[in-house]
Ligand binder design. Structure first.
Ligand SMILES: NC(=O)c1ncn([C@@H]2O[C@H](COP(=O)(O)O)[C@@H](O)[C@H]2O)c1NC=O
Length: 522
């Protein structure tokens, strides 16, 4: 038995052999689903005296391209079986990969069993990430779970001291460049390639686990996200950052197209996400202007231009340097209007050709085409040493009740529903004042409800309505509303002192609707 001490000191093995050792490659096993670039890579290896062994489909592809290759069955003496479920799961393959070359007993075992070493493993996997999203049966999806591939990758990655493992087609050129220089692959490269393998297999297994445990909050949190881009920095310039998107789920912030402008930043993506979510709350033509993750102008209109003008008028100060989202195509008239304000991003499902030309007049303005409505099932919040997971808040109350003597008018009701749709996306304590299908004031992120109310109603006009993300602990909000001539209030209800607020509404002749559904956003 080998005793394992600290990394790099397995007793019985010469320490100097662990690091710094360059490797000459003699035999490579190639088993790739994505055959891009494999012919050139195999030819390159053969030119350097490497023998190639391949599984069925890869073997045929290489032979068709006149590459000299040995089929894996000749090595294992065990034909592929069970529709390819077993191809490389064989001691001859895994022994050849896993044997520690510096271990005398290992090498004697290989010799006794007539097993040759495998020094390079080139494998890419069945495309489970993509196929699990496709319209195929559950059984078909299960067949896209690659077993032999990850097993070989893991064996080779564990053996990185002796074996080079390549799973990304982009790494063919990295390895070729290194081999051109020294005919060997450095320890540092082998270690890095091995790390990439476990990075991939972890994400691959996470995707499979999430597919099978769908709807559960499982014992371990496995997420499967792939880097879409490195970002210049995070929330601030001293913070390193990158953007990752789901390998298996659709999403608005994944499936978008940038049509113009500077590269997106961390803050841009975060803000764009909220603006898009707000615009998508509405079936009517809607626009959301947003700054620092908070809507600063939201409106519906008969036209896109009208919706924008109304949203802009809510807070013409804050919108400077902000983000504007639409749930309808942007036309030329709106584009012309948009250019009058300095904006970071315009996001919409589409742009007319003319509108796009106009917007391109500002070369830094990021123009984003997004087709996908918000679909995330789960939401994650990072805390120090942990992650909170919850269902994304896609819910909206279907059980609204009028709790006051006065009934709201149809128009007031429409404005209250509008306000509730916006308040969902405003940081708590959140209050939104609405009139004529537009937010008139947004009170956000206050540590008590009365300050949020005062902030929001500062610009309120007669006949405006007020929406609150959570219940009123006291009647003070209602009294404040009366001073500002707010005519109707919508709130979840559920406070011990609900009746005090209802009584206050009745005293002031204000109508109140309770939804029974809180929308905190901390
Ligand atoms: N079953 C096995 O022993 C096995 N060994 C390799 N594979 C996969 O088979 C694919 C290549 O197959 P082919 O060369 O037949 O086109 C690769 O994606 C590889 O990851 C296997 N397939 C799935 O589990």
């Amino acid at each position: 038995m080998w005793e394992i001490g600290f990394w790099g000191s397995i007793k019985g093995m010469k320490k100097s052999n662990l690091a710094d050792k360059e490797k000459k490659m003699k035999r490579a096993l190639i088993s790739v689903y994505d055959k891009t670039g494999i012919v050139e890579f195999a030819e390159f290896l053969i030119d350097r005296g490497v023998e190639i062994v391949s599984t069925g489909g890869t073997y045929r592809h290489l032979v068709e391209n006149n590459v000299a290759v040995t089929e894996v069955v000749e090595v294992t003496n065990a034909p592929e079986m069970l529709d390819g479920r077993v191809k490389t799961l064989h001691p001859v393959i895994h022994g050849g990969i896993l044997a520690i070359r510096d271990n005398k007993e290992h090498m004697e075992t290989l010799e006794a069993r007539k097993i040759g070493t495998i020094d390079m493993v080139i494998v890419n996997l069945y495309p489970f990430f993509d196929e699990v999203q496709n319209d195929i049966t559950f059984e078909q999806k299960v067949e896209f779970i690659d077993i032999g591939g990850p097993t070989m990758l893991r064996s080779a990655a564990k053996s990185f001291k002796d074996v080079a493992v390549i799973t990304e087609t982009a790494d063919y050129s990295v390895v070729m460049d290194e081999l051109k220089g020294s005919n060997e692959i450095s320890f540092a490269t082998r270690k890095r390639l091995a790390g990439k393998v476990f990075n991939l297999t972890a994400a691959y297994d996470a995707a499979i686990s999430n597919f099978l445990l769908e709807g559960e909050m499982p014992k371990y949190l496995n997420v499967s996200y792939e880097k879409m881009m490195d970002l210049r920095y995070g929330e601030n310039p001293h913070q390193k950052s990158a953007y990752y998107v789901s390998t298996t789920e659709k999403g608005a912030m994944k499936d978008f197209k940038q049509l113009n402008g500077k590269e997106l930043s961390f803050n841009n993506i975060r803000d764009m996400d909220v603006a898009w979510k707000v615009a998508n709350e509405f079936t009517e033509t809607a626009c959301c202007g947003l700054k620092h993750s908070t809507p600063c102008g939201v409106a519906v209109g008969e036209t896109v231009l009208e919706a924008y003008n109304k949203a802009h008028s809510c807070d013409p100060v804050s919108i400077f340097g902000g983000i504007v989202a639409f749930n309808r195509a942007v036309d030329a008239a709106t584009a012309t209007e948009l250019l009058k304000t300095f904006l970071e991003i315009v996001i919409a499902p589409s742009f007319t050709d003319e509108a796009l030309e106009i917007l391109k007049g500002k070369k830094n303005l990021r123009v984003i085409e997004a087709k996908q409505a918000p679909v995330d099932k789960l939401e994650y919040v990072k805390v120090d040493g942990g992650i909170l997971v919850q269902d994304a808040d896609h819910a909206f109350s279907t059980d609204m009740s009028v709790v006051t003597e006065k009934e709201p008018s149809k128009e007031e009701m429409d404005n209250m529903v509008f306000g509730m749709k916006v308040v969902k996306h405003v940081k708590s304590n959140a209050i939104v004042v609405v009139k004529d299908g537009m937010a008139k004031g947004v009170g956000t992120g206050e540590t008590n409800r009365i300050w949020a109310t005062k902030q929001a109603i500062e610009r309120a006009e007669d006949g405006a309505v007020l929406a609150s993300d959570a219940f009123f602990p006291f009647r003070d909000v209602v009294d404040e509303c009366a001073k500002a001539k707010i005519s109707a209030i919508i709130q979840p209800g559920g406070s011990m002192r609900d009746q005090e607020s209802v009584d206050a509404c009745n005293e002031h002749g204000i109508s109140m609707v309770m939804t029974g559904m809180r929308h905190f956003k901390h």
